[in-house]
Write a protein that binds this ligand. Structure first.
Ligand SMILES: [Zn+2]
Length: 167
């Protein structure tokens, strides 16, 4: 039977954030602190609603914008890294990797519930927070959500999430 499927995508010039991070890789390596001018694109698939929308563009844009604003001009730190340890040092996070350590004012950091602040896991965190924002607004959760995080031109990661767990 013929069938149409629908997708909406938002990738506005305002859906950007400039943040610091560093990641560990291959277990035994840790990047120096650096930053990116990240860009975000969000795409959702679903059935058409009574307005013949998959999803309200404006609502999707505004929820995404609020999320990127929450991590803009912040140091992104991983809460669940097996290698990078965060120690509460009063107004600062004391961050340790082996013999290296850094101290960042807490109000200039966002601690993300991820194992590593890769573009992949930042994308998945954004996807998770988008679902929370949709639920808070009593909006239906789309069947598929894709979030792409571009670290720099031509270099991006995408998470594809299926509401019902299927492919
Ligand atoms: Zn990086």
């Amino acid at each position: 039977m013929p069938a149409s499927s629908y997708t909406v995508r938002v990738t506005k010039d305002t859906l950007v954030f400039s943040s610091g991070h560093f990641i560990t890789y291959n277990g035994d390596n840790c990047e120096p602190v650096h930053g990116h001018n990240y860009r975000v694109a969000v795409e959702v698939d679903g059935e058409l609603d009574e307005n013949h929308y998959v999803f309200d563009f404006i609502a999707l844009r505004d929820m995404t914008k609020a999320l990127v604003d929450s991590i803009d001009h912040r140091m992104l730190l991983p809460e669940h890294s097996p290698y990078i340890r965060l120690h509460d040092d009063g107004s600062n996070w004391l961050v340790r990797y082996k013999t290296r350590y850094w101290s960042f004012p807490k109000d200039e950091c966002v601690v993300l519930p991820v194992a590593n602040t890769t573009a992949e896991l930042v994308a998945d965190w954004l996807r998770c927070k988008l679902c929370e924002a949709m639920t808070a607004r009593s909006l239906p959760i789309p069947a598929v959500i894709r979030v792409e995080v571009e670290e720099c031109f031509g270099q991006s990661a995408r998470v594809i999430w299926h509401r019902d767990g299927g492919a």
